[in-house]
Design a protein. Structure first.
Length: 273
């Protein structure tokens, strides 16, 4: 783990060339946890990717790390995920965390609430029906209905990627005025309402206590996280990518286990004893 920071201002793009390879050493951040907001993507960042979304699991020790960081930041730790709040809660049960969920469609500011705000209407039923039919293109395409969006997971059918995106494009061409956006991800094509992103959710989150006035640190791995990478400089924040290196971030981690180790080390600095 290298200690120097790369300060790049370019808009993030998931590329390997000319990307920063630095990650700050834990003791550079620990003294400032009282002034920091920790924002974490889940799949591919905190947790290892699995063949299907339902197979992800929380490794031993991670829950304790997250709860201790929540305490040390006075509650300023939040998940920033494409998953719904319900999914996030099922994954981390019995723990409950503040969150920006559904790519910004849902938000929870208090652990005692199911959702403080919902920014997206339900997707049109007829549109959803047409999009859902794409799952019939090949065995192994898994359909996930989030209400406000629909995701087609093809990790078990990677050969179907081109056909999936071509089918989505045909539907969009047939409905040019439909307020939808296509989000390409790691072996997933998600179609959601336009007008909200992870970035809009994070901007709103940072207006509220206990996040307000803090310096955000965001860690993410996918193309859908690039909108958040891009706004971190506006908040004097830090952005770190996982896996492939993103242009415009302050550093990167090779894989989720490195992120988990980094978070645990934030709590291990003996200088704070």
């Amino acid at each position: 783990m290298k200690s120097e920071l790369a300060e790049l201002d370019q808009k993030p793009t998931m590329l390997d060339d000319e990307a920063p390879d630095a990650v700050p050493v834990p003791h550079a951040l620990v003294p400032h946890l009282g002034e920091t907001a920790i924002l974490l993507d889940i799949d591919g960042t905190l947790l290892d990717l699995m063949p299907t979304p339902r197979e992800v699991w929380v490794p031993p020790g991670l829950s304790e790390t997250l709860n201790r960081l929540t305490e040390r930041t006075s509650g300023a730790l939040a998940m920033v995920s494409g998953r719904s709040l319900n999914d996030i809660d099922l994954i981390f049960a019995p723990d409950v965390f503040r969150a920006v969920a559904g790519h910004g469609a849902e938000m929870r500011l208090s652990v005692g609430n199911e959702a403080d705000d919902v920014h997206a209407p339900q997707m049109d039923k007829e549109l959803k029906r047409r999009l859902a039919a794409i799952a019939k293109l090949s065995p192994g395409i898994l359909l996930e209905d989030k209400g406000y969006s629909l995701a087609l997971h093809y990790r078990l059918a990677p050969h179907a990627e081109k056909a999936i995106y071509e089918s989505v494009s045909l539907i969009r061409a047939d409905l040019p005025n439909a307020p939808i956006e296509v989000l390409p991800g790691k072996f997933v094509c998600e179609i959601k309402h336009s007008g909200f992103t992870k970035a809009t959710g994070v901007r709103e989150l940072m207006k509220h206590e206990p996040f307000k006035g803090r310096r955000p640190i965001f860690i993410g791995d996918d193309v859908t996280d690039e909108t958040v990478f891009a706004i971190m400089p506006d908040m004097n924040g830090l952005a770190f990518s996982v896996g492939r290196r993103a242009i415009g971030v302050n550093g990167h981690f090779d894989e989720p286990k490195d992120v988990r180790a980094f978070l645990a080390h934030l709590l291990d600095d003996t200088r704070l004893e």
